[in-house]
Design a protein around this ligand. Structure first.
Ligand SMILES: [Zn+2]
Length: 304
């Protein structure tokens, strides 16, 4: 059978040896899995190939994602509003990475990027992608007071003042800034639908489709209150170069739109079909970190 041996069992993988001690300490209320990506659960207990290689930051101290404890986050009045400016024309294409789907942007110029907020420099938009669950009960990487949303959007930017390119920034101090947006079930999302309509073209791993101009700021919530903390990439190489900016307010998407995400496959054409679901990394310990809030908690613990 094609594809059967391409996913190794995890028992002796280098990644597992390095990361189990960390992961086993992390608790995710209401979640079954505690290691790697939760994608393993739906793949006959085998590990997604993404997680079988060595990691470049063994034993990290600022890993992502984390659970944001609303009450423990600290309001910082010095945190300015985030400045977001995206040029729809810099959108290049959308592709199935074999782990999630990702929309790539032309980052040769400054036209699409962010600054302000907790950032000291301008960061260029490189790509955005989503993480989601097999069921609506979970799928986001970050959680708020132990609550997981069904999906999470990540807009990944790199520091073009300190670094020459994305590759350098990934491994550099203050190299990346990632905006996280929670998705919750509700009203149909008009601009997300433009993406959803393209998904059938990128069902299989490595499939790519052209994108018409697309402004990802249309995927941001109306309220721009955010939490920010120092973290890492949530996929290998897991480098600890990311400033996370997690939007407090989730955006609403229709159940059918989320279902469309689940029609994608981890597998390539001709391989045994594996549903692309649960492509989120489990929670990591907060360790010696603080989560800062750009807003004062007037309705403490109230989740929208
Ligand atoms: Zn992500």
């Amino acid at each position: 059978m094609l594809g059967r041996n391409t996913w190794k069992t995890s028992a002796f993988s280098l990644v597992e040896q390095m990361w189990v001690p960390l992961w086993s300490r992390s608790m995710r209320p209401g979640r079954w899995c505690s290691q790697h990506s939760c994608a393993r659960r739906t793949s006959n207990n085998t590990l997604h190939p993404l997680w079988t290689g060595p990691v470049s930051v063994p034993g990290g101290t600022r890993q992502s994602p984390i659970n944001i404890q609303w009450r423990d986050s600290v309001y910082d009045p010095r945190l300015k509003p985030l400045r977001v400016s995206y040029d729809a024309a810099s959108c290049l294409y959308v592709w199935n990475t074999g782990y999630l789907f990702q929309v790539e942007f032309d980052d040769a110029t400054e036209v699409s990027g962010i600054s302000g907020g907790p950032l000291e420099n301008h960061y260029r938009l490189k790509q955005f992608h989503f993480h989601w669950g097999a069921e609506n009960e979970g799928g986001s990487e970050h959680t708020v007071d132990g609550h997981a949303y069904p999906a999470e959007l990540h807009l990944v930017h790199w520091n073009s003042v300190k670094y020459q390119n994305y590759k350098e920034a990934v491994v550099g101090e203050n190299g990346l800034a990632v905006i996280g947006v929670f998705l919750k079930l509700g009203a149909h999302h008009q601009t997300l639908q433009r993406l959803v309509d393209i998904l059938p073209e990128i069902k299989h791993k490595d499939a790519r489709a052209a994108m018409p101009p697309f402004d990802p700021s249309t995927l941001l919530p109306t309220c721009w209150d955010y939490w920010t903390y120092a973290g890492s990439l949530t996929t290998p190489p897991l480098t600890e170069s990311a400033t996370w900016i997690i939007q407090k307010e989730p955006v609403e998407v229709a159940p059918s739109q989320l279902s469309a995400f689940r029609t994608l496959l981890f597998s390539a054409l001709g391989e045994e079909e594996k549903m692309m679901v649960n492509n989120y990394r489990p929670l990591q310990p907060l360790m010696n970190r603080k989560v800062w809030a750009s807003f004062q908690a007037t309705n403490e613990g109230t989740r929208s």
